[in-house]
Design a protein around this ligand. Structure first.
Ligand code: XMP
Length: 508
């Protein structure tokens, strides 16, 4: 029986990073609501360990998320992180005090002897983000680490196998965070490596067959890895009953319809290219708010799909939604909505077709592993992610047809220069954003008064946090020179030097 680690969600966006870190160790992990009952967990024979996530609340707030205290008597190892750390102290008769000294950001952590901290040095950098602090240990526990402002930054009860840390081991800023999670999962929970998504391809195909049966389905292709992988899986499951639809919204990358046609030319799949550019431009006319743009695009996408589904007699709509799309759309109970990704948050309440989302439990790197297993082209597997709403959310203000063309041209130039210099594969995502702010310049001998393109190139492993890329200046210079030379509406190019957080990868 395959091992399972469950992450109880107390509302932190980061709780899904924890699950991803565990999966990277080859152990299956899932995020569950924090109010799952101990009884229910007891029946789960695969369960090897529980991780209580952080969360934005204080344990003192009314209505703050709670969990069943019975989880501490299941005999299953528990690790509490940040809010989870406070909750363990509070539930097991320790003491938590409210924000005397808040800690935010990188901090020196001094670990003591503990199985949780095997392989750590006397001083390690950790990432903290808390207001409340544990001031007294619960009976039977002892301190296993401290920071300058937080004497009880980690504690444990080795008999009950309950551990708690004030900092966040799941973020890459905590240098030995991966090691700490590995110590918990492998040494304390004794979970063996038995989760390999590539090996699960036949099971995934089997599940799709089971869901769709002999009904017809449609899938929206975007040219990106998620929808293409979903299409490849469903194609294997139901063959000619699948029709792929590429909706040209006018907000895709330059020449995308041609590229999609070429990619799928050798597949035995029916591909319909629907030119819906006019409909999208007119639906978005006057739209400025990013959420309105996302919702409008999401709704129109679905309308087009429903029309196509009717034509093909399809009853099922396949989508390439992946786990992070659901996370950031606030699908879990206590998570706050950062952005409604069009293929989740933008769906209308009533759908006339059934949804099939075979990748909705997978992270991007897992989708890549599946794509690789399915033999999809290497260039596709390595392609940067592209948001569902496309460049409509890379145009600040109204996404007019002209502005869309400008962003398409600028992006094509940037991608060409990055590929030419071998930098495309080093970056995780690269984008151009149109800023409708005129600035003064000189072009030729004359005064110019033109708009701005912001170039954003980031490096990330999980897309939940990201750093701006340290791109060599000569590459940036070529991008800037070409954009201002080749796109007459642009007079200035700026490079975005914001990390995520506090920024997000996209500008909207
Ligand atoms: P942010 O901007 O939230 O982006 O840091 C994280 C990742 O998600 C992509 N993204 C989207 N994908 N629909 C999508 O399908 C959306 O509305 C959307 N917004 C952001 C973004 O490109 C990055 O890869």
């Amino acid at each position: 029986m395959k091992a399972q680690i469950l992450v109880m969600d107390f509302g932190s966006q980061l709780c899904h990073l924890i699950a991803r870190r565990v999966r990277c160790l080859g152990v299956y992990a899932e995020v569950i609501p924090c109010d799952a009952s101990a009884e229910e967990l007891k029946r789960n024979k695969r369960l090897k360990g529980l991780i209580l996530s952080g969360g934005p609340d204080s344990v003192f707030e009314e209505g703050s998320p709670q969990c069943d205290k019975g989880i501490f008597d299941l005999g299953i190892p528990v690790l509490g992180i940040c809010y989870g750390h406070h909750l363990i102290a509070q539930y097991l008769d320790g003491r938590v005090i409210s924000g005397t000294k808040k800690e935010f950001g990188l901090t020196n952590f001094m670990p003591k002897e503990s199985r949780l901290f095997n392989g750590l040095k006397e001083k390690e950098i950790v990432w903290m983000n808390h207001g409340d602090t544990v001031s007294e240990l619960p009976p039977g526990f002892h301190v296993i680490g401290s920071t300058e402002n937080c004497p009880i930054a980690a504690f444990e009860d080795t008999e009950k196998n309950i551990f708690a840390v004030q900092f966040h081991p799941e973020v890459t800023h905590t240098v030995k965070g991966g090691r700490i999670i590995k110590n918990f999962v492998k040494n304390i929970c004794k979970a063996r490596k038995d989760h390999d998504v590539a090996q699960m391809v036949p099971t995934i195909i089997g599940k799709i067959k089971e869901q769709i049966g002999d009904r017809k389905a449609v899938i929206g292709l975007s040219g990106g890895i998620d929808s293409t992988t979903a299409a490849a899986l469903v194609d294997r499951a139901i063959g000619k009953n699948l029709t792929a639809i590429f909706v040209d919204t006018g907000y895709m990358r330059k020449d995308e319809p041609e590229l999609v046609k070429k990619t799928f030319s050798s597949w035995p799949i029916t591909l319909n290219i629907v030119d819906a550019r006019e409909r999208f431009y007119s639906a978005l006319s006057g739209a400025r708010d990013p959420e309105v743009k996302r919702k409008t695009i999401g709704k129109l996408f679905i309308d087009v799909f429903e029309e196509e589904a009717k034509k093909t007699g399809a009853e099922v709509l396949v989508q390439g939604t992946i786990y992070p799309d659901r996370i950031e759309s606030g699908i879990t109970k206590h998570a706050s909505t950062i952005k409604s990704h069009h293929n989740v948050g933008g769906l209308p309440e009533k759908l006339n077709v059934e949804l099939c989302e075979p990748l909705d439990w997978l992270y991007k790197d897992e989708v890549r592993a599946i794509a690789h297993e399915l033999g999809l082209p290497k260039e596709l597997i390595g392609r940067h992610p592209f948001p569902g709403p496309g460049i409509a959310i890379r145009i600040i203000g109204e996404p007019t047809r002209d502005r869309a063309r400008i962003v398409q041209e600028a992006t094509a130039i940037m991608e060409e220069e990055l590929a030419r210099s071998g930098y495309y594969d080093k970056a995780s995502q690269a984008l151009c954003v149109f800023l409708p702010s005129k600035t003064v310049g000189v072009q030729g001998d004359a005064r110019a008064y033109k708009d701005i393109i912001a170039v954003r190139i980031v490096t990330t492993t999980d897309f939940m946090t990201a750093s701006f890329s340290n791109v060599p200046h000569d590459i940036l210079e070529r991008i800037s020179t070409r954009i201002t030379n080749e796109i007459r509406e642009i007079g200035r190019v700026v490079y975005d030097i914001t990390n995520k957080p506090p920024g997000t990868i996209e500008w909207e």
